[in-house]
Design a protein around this ligand. Structure first.
Ligand code: GTP
Length: 249
């Protein structure tokens, strides 16, 4: 089973790759780790495949690239190694119960670059976990944004994407139940959006009304890479994905 962790910088991809991997190993699974982040300095897990063996952002900055240019250049250079990285991933997947893929710090380096497409298009039925933090959920329209972003990842990468609200250890219990309602009850979210008189509210309302038609039936996982909360749910979802091929209701 291959699980790809995606998310904006700081959403917790690297931490959850290590802690969820540790959780799976403790439950008796064999787990492999893949690092696709050319910019990361230290990893809290031992990668079986590490793109930094080929190129790092640090090396490119020494060649004179600025920080953003170095990130883009690193994935340009990795493109010619994409097949070899992909074969390594597929080989490991044959041998192990789980393969966890940690993606670049800046999500756009994976979503917008040919390298990310080449890797994901070679995987069979990949499952992506889209990590976001509670800090992004301020207004009802943000909930609409998060739900649509998961669909955009499906659209771009051809994955099935599970939205994972990470860092739930930072949320108070009563706040979490209101977050859950907005993420899970589409009628309630639409009713809240309808009350927003701004242009943004109107746009979110129209887009969200369309959600039930286009959104695959996927549950939201509430997790903490720090405490391990929600890992049982993430494990169940990964298992269900590979057993039932995509039905994550
Ligand atoms: P990049 O470094 O940009 O690749 O970020 P990333 O998405 O890999 O995030 P990373 O795992 O480096 O975590 C970013 C910060 O969030 C670190 O300080 C982590 O310790 C912290 N963090 C990650 N997950 C959690 C969580 O579940 N709870 C809390 N409280 N902090 C977390």
């Amino acid at each position: 089973m291959i699980l790809i962790f995606l998310g904006t910088a700081g959403s917790g991809k690297t931490t959850i790759t290590a802690s969820f991997g540790g959780y799976l190993e403790k439950n008796g699974n064999s787990v492999g780790y893949v690092n696709l982040d050319t910019g990361v300095k230290k990893l809290p897990y031992k990668p079986d495949i590490d793109v930094r063996d080929i190129i790092t952002v640090e090396e490119l900055m020494k060649e004179g690239y600025g920080p953003n240019g170095a990130i883009v250049e690193s994935y340009d250079r990795l493109l010619s190694h994409a097949d070899e990285i992909l074969s390594g991933i597929l080989e490991l997947d044959e041998e192990l119960d789980y393969l966890l893929i940690d993606t670049p710090g800046q999500m756009e380096s994976f979503l917008f670059h040919e390298f990310g497409m080449r890797i994901t298009s070679g995987l069979k039925e990949p499952l992506a976990a889209y990590l976001f933090g509670p800090d992004i959920l301020r207004r009802p329209s943000d909930y609409c944004f998060v739900k649509f972003f998961a669909i955009m990842i499906d659209l771009r990468l051809g994955t099935t994407t599970v939205p994972v609200l990470n860092k739930v250890d930072l949320i108070r219990e009563e706040e979490l139940s209101s977050i859950r309602r907005l993420l899970e009850d589409i009628d309630y979210l639409n009713a809240r959006l309808k009350l927003d008189p701004s242009m943004q509210g109107f746009l979110a309302y129209r887009i969200c009304s369309f959600l039930p038609e286009v959104s695959p039936p996927v549950r939201v996982v509430y997790a903490s890479a720090k405490t391990g909360e929600g890992f049982d749910e993430l494990e169940t979802l990964s298992y269900e994905h590979y057993c039932t091929c995509g039905d994550l209701t």
